[in-house]
Design a protein around this ligand. Structure first.
Ligand code: PMP
Length: 351
């Protein structure tokens, strides 16, 4: 026997690379290519460092209130965390404690199985159809301990409508259903209005993509008061001070500037639609994406080789090794200029 027998052994999640070179084109982790709202910069410049002597408000109330106001909710219906990763991890810990497996798609956010393994939660992956769409039937009649998927799904970009989620909710009243809406602002309709109709729905969103603040780490869950209370009970049993003083001050400013938020989201959506056309002209194939990335394959070129060729030019996209996805590249939508650099490279490569 050794101490090693008592270790909680896990295979960790592998985040995308974060290289930082001056002229690189970074399209590999779905970040926003535009800066955060101007008010965020101002709040950062004016931040009084003396405040750092004190612990932050453990209830993160300024940020929770700002989000509740923005979405027309009560502040008891909002939970905030250190990025939606933290929020999702808390959700797994709080709500996925049954004996039946939780369900999520076979091609999806690759952190779900990591949390499930970490927390010893049984799970089952439900295969997407051949066009990378979630098969709703899989989630309607199967005994399970909870359901989670991103909408739009990642890395496929495929969106479902709220009615699709509603069918899953009503078929599964005894478990929690989580809509991970990390990318919903890029053209989808949120399931948020359903939280008052279904007491088993949690909607999770993030500041990392459409609010241009992946570096600050803010995510949030919205659901009825009882769900949020249970989440807070677990959070306060784990780490009370998750949201630091700077994050709270800057996060509030990001929520306040709705015009800026809409402006940058609009720009990204326009760029995405243009890039879709150009990629198609180059022979790429992909499902219609409603997120800030496109998951594309080319019938004539090997994705892993293309990934390496792009990398040599300092253009970073994401390539996953899974059996069903190894022929694809996930390309984040950057600025028009960044996308032009990518497209120009591809035009030369594909001849
Ligand atoms: N959900 C999905 C589907 C994602 O792609 C990501 C980004 N990696 C996250 C959640 C987590 O994002 P964050 O922790 O930055 O909010």
């Amino acid at each position: 026997m050794s101490w090693e027998d008592k270790v909680r052994k896990v295979v960790p999640y592998t985040p995308g690379e974060q290289p930082n070179r001056p002229n690189m084109v970074k399209l590999n982790t779905n970040e926003c290519p535009y800066p955060p709202a101007p008010g965020v910069r101002k709040a950062m410049e004016e931040f009084d460092t003396d405040r750092l002597r004190l612990y932050p408000d453990p209830t993160a109330s300024v940020l929770v209130d700002a989000l509740a106001d923005y979405f027309g909710l009560k502040n008891t219906e909002v939970f905030v965390g250190v990025g939606s990763d933290d929020v999702l991890a808390m959700i797994f810990m709080t709500f996925f404690n049954g004996k039946d497996p939780i369900l999520f798609p076979d091609i999806t956010y690759s952190f779900y199985d990591v949390w499930a393994d970490l927390l010893r939660i049984p799970y089952e992956r439900m295969p997407l159809d051949d066009n990378f769409h979630i098969k709703k039937e899989d989630y309607l009649n199967k005994k399970n301990g909870g359901i989670i998927f991103p909408n739009p799904n990642a890395p496929t970009g495929v969106l479902v409508e709220p009615e699709f989620i509603e069918d899953i909710l009503s078929a599964n009243p005894d478990v929690i259903v989580v809509a991970d809406e990390a990318y919903i602002d890029f053209g989808g309709k949120s399931a948020l209005p359903l939280i008052h109709k279904y007491d088993n729905l949690l909607v999770v969103q993030t500041f990392s993509k459409s609010r241009a603040m992946a570096g600050i780490r803010i995510g949030y869950a919205m659901g009825n008061e009882r769900l949020i209370k249970y989440l807070n009970d677990v959070k306060f049993s784990f780490n009370s001070y998750t949201m630091n003083q700077t994050t709270l001050a800057l996060g509030v400013e990001a929520v306040r500037d709705d015009a800026y938020f809409k402006e940058i989201v609009g720009k990204i959506v326009n760029t995405r639609e243009r890039v879709k056309k150009e990629l198609k002209e180059l022979g790429f194939e992909f499902q219609d994406s409603m997120s800030n990335f496109i998951f594309a394959t080319h019938p004539k070129y090997d994705a892993a080789e293309l990934f390496e060729a792009l990398r040599r030019e300092d253009i970073y996209v994401r390539h996953f090794n899974g059996e069903r996805v190894k022929d694809y590249l996930r390309i984040t939508i950057g600025t028009d200029k960044e996308m032009d650099t990518l497209l120009e490279f591809l035009r030369n490569y594909i001849k």
